[in-house]
Write a protein that binds this ligand. Structure first.
Ligand code: HEM
Length: 510
């Protein structure tokens, strides 16, 4: 009966499918490649096709386990309303349980009232002077990476690159230096591996109740006990690693902003809001994950696209040569950021275009707090959007379907599936549709590190292209283009989407 009622609450919104697993539940994410099936609402790789099928910017389902109406949105204007109207919509916090908030509430895993305090504390650190530091540290770390690559180059000058491994180490080191004042000599590899394991164990941590962990600790259950002990061990190891004083000097602003506000006591003494010790540790965990994994995955996809599209590499090279006519400068000062980043328009567009086609976070959830009505559109016979209203009951869920908005031809044109970085370059007669680019989310809970990521990303791409050509890996060379593309762009859905085969070849330019 409850499920039937939930179907009634979908009103006239088309779709009306039954969902057996919540798309953000760890089980939903583990089985995401196989369920929902292709052609069903919620299939991870469908992008815009189900909205096209139902000719609507909003489609609907009912979540069986909670008898909950679920509305999926590929309508950028409706999403803007959902992401900015605090009175009617808030984050679906179930999604952020345990795994990501294991150490306590943090800036991402907190409801709006707690979040405000976290955001207020961290916001000032994401300023233009820190972007200068990001620029400088990126240049330094890329230079060190290139020296390593030179020693690996074969006689033909070609080097096989595991893009995710390379970029995750790079992005983590840059983040540790620019965000937390690491001198770069700290054992980043150990931290990276522990973070990666914590990430992989986060599904187990989030979906298995604490009493099962306790039980398997006391009674040995083959396979399960060792696995769950490892899960706990990984998180404990991280906790120890975040004994900050031993690791970081905390001069830069993000570390400073968070450290300064440590402790409940301080709140009264200083007369301003503060973080508790657990919140502080939890933010460290979150910043480290959010600050490197996303960028590393994006750069991996960028390399895959560039290997497939040498003409795009050529255009980047032309832009980079204008910016650095005498070659990439070896020693970079923070000031270079201001003179250079804004001139890497096309290079930055490549970073965004990769994120448009393969958003690293492709869906986000919002709960409806009060009965409300959302305006969206239907496509009529000739394909023009016609406004209509979808009533939504309190307790319904909205899925902000970034992957679908990014392929919606209303915003991106009939060639929305094609890789064309130019669409992110404004001209006298064209302004790219800001509201329809949601890779960094939107509204008041958008990504705080958006510019940090773009500054780092464009800098890395520009430097790579100035020095190397990016080629498809040797074993793909003789394949037809479509097969190379399917291989290199194959991705795996999880909390952040990652490439299945993160590999390309670099060849040093003569
Ligand atoms: C290409 C790189 C990146 C992508 C695609 C990305 C994407 C996102 C998305 C989609 C959200 C919203 C998540 C949600 O509501 O659950 C988000 C939030 C966040 N991101 Fe990023 N991000 C990137 C880089 C970064 C970097 C470099 C940092 C830190 C330096 C960062 C820190 C954060 C934080 C702290 C939040 C939570 C903000 C809040 O709720 O107030 N991100 N990011």
């Amino acid at each position: 009966k409850e499920i039937a009622d939930a179907f009634k609450d979908l009103g006239s919104c088309p779709g009306r499918s039954l969902l057996w697993t919540h798309p953000f539940h760890p089980f939903g994410q583990i089985f995401a490649t196989v369920y929902p099936l292709k052609g069903w609402i919620g299939h991870y790789f469908d992008a815009f096709s189900m909205y096209d099928h139902y000719r609507s910017g909003c489609i609907s389902s009912v979540l069986a386990s909670k008898s909950r109406p679920v509305f999926w949105l590929a309508d950028a204007q409706a999403i803007k309303v959902v992401a900015t109207d605090k009175a009617n919509f808030d984050k679906d916090m179930d999604f952020y349980s345990n795994g990501i908030s294991f150490f306590g509430p943090n800036i991402i895993a907190s409801d709006t009232s707690t979040w405000k305090r976290h955001r207020m504390i961290s916001n000032p650190a994401f300023n233009e002077s820190v972007n200068g530091v990001v620029w400088k540290e990126t240049a330094k770390e890329v230079r060190n990476w290139f020296s390593e690559l030179d020693s690996q180059a074969k006689s033909d000058g070609e080097i096989s690159i595991h893009t995710f491994d390379s970029f995750s180490t790079l992005a983590l080191t840059i983040f540790a230096c620019a965000g937390f004042g690491s001198d770069g000599a700290t054992p980043i590899t150990e931290l990276r591996e522990t973070l990666r394991m914590a990430f992989h164990h986060s599904a187990a941590r989030a979906s298995i109740p604490d009493w099962v962990f306790d039980l398997t600790n006391r009674i040995h259950i083959p396979f399960l006990s060792p696995y769950l002990r490892k899960t706990i061990g990984v998180y404990e190891a991280l906790d120890q690693m975040f004994e900050f004083d031993d690791w970081w000097s905390f001069t830069p602003e993000l570390g400073q902003a968070n450290m300064d506000v440590d402790g409940e006591q301080d709140e009264k003494e200083r007369g301003r809001r503060s973080l508790t010790d657990r919140e502080l540790v939890s933010n460290m965990f979150l910043f480290f994950i959010a600050g490197h994994e996303t960028t590393a995955n994006t750069l991996s996809f960028v390399c895959a696209f560039l290997a497939l599209y040498p003409d795009v590499q050529q255009k980047i090279l032309e832009e980079v040569k204008l910016v650095w006519p005498n070659g990439v400068p070896e020693d970079v000062e923070e000031a270079e950021y201001k003179n250079t980043f804004s001139r890497l328009t096309y290079t930055t567009a490549v970073f965004y275009e990769a994120l448009r086609l393969i958003p690293i976070v492709s869906r986000l959830g919002r709960m409806v707090l009060k009965d409300t009505v959302l305006r969206t559109y239907r496509l009529n016979g000739v394909g023009d959007p016609e406004p209509y209203s979808v009533p939504m009951k309190e307790g319904s869920e909205i899925i902000i379907d970034m992957a679908a908005v990014h392929r919606n031809p209303i915003y991106w044109g009939a060639d929305a599936d094609d890789f064309k970085p130019e669409r992110f370059v404004d001209t006298d007669t064209y302004r790219w549709p800001r509201d329809a680019f949601l890779a960094f989310s939107t509204g008041f809970r958008d990504c705080i590190g958006r510019r940090f990521a773009a500054v780092e990303g464009a800098n890395v791409i520009a430097r790579i292209i100035r020095r190397y050509e990016i080629l498809v890996p040797k074993h793909l060379k003789d394949m037809p283009f479509e097969e190379q593309k399917a291989y290199l762009l194959k991705w795996r859905p999880f909390v952040s989407n990652s490439p299945v085969y993160p590999e390309v070849t670099f060849r040093k330019r003569s």
